[in-house]
Design a protein around this ligand. Structure first.
Ligand code: AMP
Length: 299
């Protein structure tokens, strides 16, 4: 089965304590789609401006990402810039220029409306709703979010949680949403808002799933150097959805392994700026790290 991914398609300018890289291919949907494409056919829904470099369209194509749902409109591509502190975990947004993203109206090509797996990557909850409104009975829908939407679009987000099977957010967002510091209590509170599967991401400390089969602690692949963690969360959820879409059997039977594949895909993302390392990764390298993680966590 294919995965349909909607989210931001951006140009990212990223500063780390040692390097600076302007106008890289970025956005939640770009990271998630490249990650998903290692495992399953992937459809991208997004918008870019006429300034969007052809080499980035070629990168999507190299990953066989279906671009029929990517709009190219007069105007500028969404531009995000951020700067990391010395610990490479704390990040602050320096600028957000919306460009064509400001009036983005995601419209699904007919052929995409019956796709089985849907990832509503980080984007305004109203747009996530709009995409779901166009889908015909998808098998499994997961939504991601960010602190911005908890601050300015909480009502829409809460409404969305009633419509999705899974919800993925990071630890600080879970605390902000539930006013609860204990993540296991926070997971319970988020289930009450709707989703059957809730995943809390904890950056380099992995992630926690709470679902019908209980809790699963998913490790992060141990890296000695992190070049740029931008998009790691999107790569995680994209890889997970791509794996789930082609795995045989039920969601419950596959979701833990799918998270490990997502986690490993995210580790490659962290090893280069933007999508530089992810797009050079081979499926065999992913398999090798999954096996290593399996050994590291077996007891
Ligand atoms: P992550 O590191 O997983 O939080 O994702 C970073 C990505 O989010 C970057 O590639 C940005 O282009 C994208 N991004 C930043 N701000 C926004 C926003 N307001 N809406 C959608 N995507 C955003």
């Amino acid at each position: 089965m294919s995965v349909l991914i909607v989210g931001s398609t951006a140009l990212d300018s990223i500063k780390t304590p040692t390097r600076e890289n302007p106008r890289l291919l970025g956005g939640s949907a770009s990271h998630a789609a490249v990650a998903a494409s290692f495992f399953s056919p992937t459809q991208l829904i997004g918008v870019v401006g006429e300034d969007f470099p052809k080499k980035y369209l070629d990168l999507y194509r190299k990953h066989k990402i279906d671009l029929t749902g990517l709009q190219i409109l007069p105007g500028k591509t969404f531009h995000w810039s951020g700067e990391y502190e010395i610990n490479m975990n704390n990040r602050r947004t320096l600028a957000t220029e919306l460009g064509v993203f400001e009036t983005f109206n995601p419209t699904l090509p007919k052929a995409h409306q019956s796709t089985g797996f849907v990832l509503l990557a980080n984007i305004a909850p109203a747009l996530q709703h709009h995409v779901l409104d166009q889908m015909r009975k998808p098998k499994f829908v997961v939504a991601d979010t960010m602190d911005l939407w908890l601050n300015i679009a909480l009502k829409d987000l809460i409404r969305l949680l009633k419509r999705v099977d899974g919800f993925v957010l990071n630890d600080s967002e879970a605390v902000q949403l539930t006013h609860e510091d204990n993540l296991f209590v926070a997971l319970k509170k988020i289930h009450k808002l709707g989703p059957k599967y809730v995943i809390i991401k904890k950056g380099s400390h992995g992630s926690i799933l709470s679902g019908p089969k209980g809790i699963f602690i998913c490790p992060a692949y141990p890296l000695h150097t992190v070049e740029d963690p931008t998009g790691a969360g999107d790569s995680f959820v994209g890889g997970m959805m791509g794996y789930l879409a082609t795995a045989k059997g039920s969601i419950d039977a596959n979701i833990r392994r799918a998270m490990v594949y997502g986690s490993v895909t995210a580790s490659f993302c962290c090893e280069g700026f933007g999508l530089n390392a992810t797009t050079k990764t081979k499926r065999a390298e992913i398999e090798k790290r999954v096996k290593e993680l399996e050994k590291m966590t077996k007891f």
